[in-house]
Design a protein around this ligand. Sequence first.
Ligand code: AN7
Length: 360
Amino acid sequence: MENHLKLTYSGVLAKYGELLDIPAHTQPVTLLEGNTPLIPMPRLAQELGGGFELWVKFEGMNPTGSFKDRGMTVAISEAVGRGVQAVICASTGNTAASAAAYAARAGRRAVVIIPQGKVAAGKLAGAVAYGAEVIQIDGSFDDALNLVLEISQHYPIALVNSLNPYRLEGQKTAAFEICDVLGSAPDWLCLPVGNAGNITSYWMGFKQYQDLRHTGLPHILGVQAAGSAPLVLGHPVEHPETVATAIRIGRPARGEQALQAAEESGGRIMAVSDDEILAMQRQLAASGVWVEPASAAGLAGLKHELLAGRLDLKGQRVVAVCTGHGLKDPDIIVRQFTAPKMLPAELAALEDAIMGGGRK
Ligand code: AN7
């Protein structure tokens, strides 16, 4: 039994805790997050022009369906270790579901503040299912973040947005996993950018592994949605809009660090249209990987740059981070199709519809 327990995967704190800058009082609260698949995508690479290797790091395979669980296990473990009884976050949805799950796991109270409308159904349902107190405000994600920051400074309730440094520590583990699987860092890493915690964490993680294990450093391509692209425009966006509601953020908390990661890595931060995002969501699904719209933004950006002749990937390795599962946002798909047609429950009708009739 003991052997079995040791051999079993036990989450990112057990696997990488020694590499994370966390206090001694941390008390692990885990749902066995991390260890997500790195899926080879040869056909998609071919469709994008070929000549390079492409993998998807499918973070939608985490326990609550997004990458947020990596940082949340660490933030909640730290908070619980110092006796915190309640946590709070602002969220476009995935952070809310993750905070709710890990707080529930620890038997603590979770309060999540979401912007008016626009939170995808699967995320809201998750937060409710895990028992969080969900409050919607008549404002944006950025308004919500300012409010929870203020509240956490004046009451004994821990902030678990990525302003919390332990969130970033946990999210570094995705970079570690990629290097462990590939044997080195990829040449390029592309990912969506919203509040900019994840791009910051990946860069921290890759740099740490390079110092420790000489795994090399990727160029980082951070991708925002055109209607919510403060880091591309160089100023906050008052009324961010995009179909990729996860990254509908006008004032990224870690914006400076994101720009620094892009620059230091010899990469960049760019924007793509909603149409490009949805087209890439379909293209990924056509290879068997269904992600939520925001999660397709990284690859949409890569495709945009390839088509514009601004990227030469010949002989290179590319990892695209797909941050959340397609199941998070079913409405976006349902909206694109008409309802399935109804037929009588009769063999002849089905034969006719499926095979055009004419049985031998
Ligand atoms: C699927 O849940 O901000 O740049 O409140 O859910 O680290 O913010 C979500 C962000 C990318 C952007 N992909 O990551 C929230 C929230 C998905 C996301 C991002 C988010 P950051």
